[in-house]
Design a protein around this ligand. Structure first.
Ligand SMILES: [Cu+2]
Length: 146
């Protein structure tokens, strides 16, 4: 059974002495699937909870494990799986926004090293109103609940 990963702010606070997080937005259940060494890309899934009454916008994300990070949604188009690249994603107020296989996801483009099961890395999400939210991603071998 997969246990949820707590949102992780510690390192930012210790390094810069700045506590920058959004009261309304929280990020949890963050995971990434291990990929073969030949794979250039990987994917992060997570749950965003917006406890504020207003919508926020996820503008992007950064991490040290890949050259860039993109916001994607998997679409089924005439029996073919395609990924749509978003410049931002709206997170409606008072709701949870799930990123899971077959739907929304965060694409790690050009990973520098293969991601292996048990590995953890930081991902910083950038929200228009909520600012930067840092979360710790755990790499797993199989999707949770499978
Ligand atoms: Cu994708």
């Amino acid at each position: 059974m997969y246990k949820s990963i707590k949102t992780f702010f510690g390192l930012v606070v210790l390094t810069f002495g700045i506590c920058a997080y959004a009261e309304d937005i929280s990020v949890s259940e963050t995971w990434s699937l291990a990929v073969p060494p030949t794979s250039k890309n990987s994917v992060v899934y997570l749950l965003i909870q917006n406890n504020g009454s207003d919508a926020d916008m996820l503008m992007g994300a950064t991490t040290e494990v890949s050259r860039s990070v993109e916001l994607h949604t998997t679409l089924h188009d005439h029996g073919q799986m395609k990924m749509h690249h978003h410049h931002s994603l709206e997170i409606p107020g008072n709701s949870s926004f799930i990123m899971e296989p077959g739907g929304h996801h965060i694409m790690l483009v050009d990973i520098f090293e293969p991601l292996t099961p048990g590995q953890k890395f930081d991902l910083t999400l950038n929200f228009m109103k909520g600012g930067e939210i840092k979360t710790e991603v755990e790499v797993v071998e199989l999707p949770p609940n499978n």
